[in-house]
Design a protein around this ligand. Sequence first.
Ligand code: SF4
Length: 367
Amino acid sequence: MSAALLSLLGLTRGELCALVEGWGFKPVHGGKVWRHIFLEGRTDWESIDAIPATLVDRLHQATTVGRLPITRETHSTDGFTRKYLLGLKDGHQIETVLMRYSGRVTACVSSQVGCAMGCVFCATGQMGYTRHLTTAEIVAQAWHVDQILRATAPEVPVLAEVDHDSPHHRHERLRNIVLMGMGEPLHNYDAVIKATQILREPGGLALGAKKITLSTVGVVPGIIRLADERQPIYLAVSLHAANQEQRAAIVPVAKKWPLDELMGACAYYAEKMQRRIFFEWTLIEGENDRPEDAHAVGELLQRVPGQVNLIPLNPTTGYGGQPSDNAAAKRFQSILADYGLPSTVRQRRGIDIAAGCGQLATSDDSG
Ligand code: SF4
């Protein structure tokens, strides 16, 4: 049986140079291959300037780029959101979402096939957990979105962000990544963090650390590790409830890492990183959108510098809750403001193609 091919999308520039050097070629050739993939978005090794034909042969024999075939593509009717179902080598599938809001292009990237966290309102949680994604599979999602942007002219309805000064970047650029797709990123810490390092590498996709946001449902050891390692990406914590009993009913993982432990980890992170945390709050009518809920959030977050992102619930077949209306969202926001807490109400986009928060899944009824 032939050995598995190495996926180049999972390698840092240094690793690719070392690989090539280990084969007996100059490391500089590895750098050329890496730039070809990540800067040029190309995989035709033969066209790389002045690399040995024997290295091209070796790349063909031992490696694969690691592209993930698009098995289904859906576009929201408002034109802001596209959802891609991508096939993995072992037959599983994941979803990646491209969003064009407020003049920015953002990819919402998955970190696992399914999810073990079981949040009651989430279609991915309702699927259960299958496996972690590899670094290459995580990077591949962003690379695919970048490929799509290269291949398509900027489209209305948003202003395209084109860096006219760069010969390499005449297309709309991928500017932002949110690790908020399928899966709990901190459950797959090593692969996810390495992926963020590859996405940030200068001379490649070169995403700013502050343009990458990792969203966790509250995996306490992972939050502490992010702070201890001073990972420069932004952190979002899905809170959804401000008391332990209510939270555990919505987010089962709160039984393992209770709210007071979570808030302790958040305070540690904010202090060590000297930055605020984004707190996500899915607004569920009658469940967690009442004035007393907003007051509880205001009090809870006095210890931790944060911003609250309010997201009216997106429908899934496995959960009967309803989204809060605008009036409830505004009332919630105004109470948070009384506590000095900044907040936003997220616009609901991509709902018609099940690409909103908590809607990603790979069963047929999701798309
Ligand atoms: S909300 Fe996130 S952590 Fe919770 S089940 Fe869904 S994917 Fe997993």
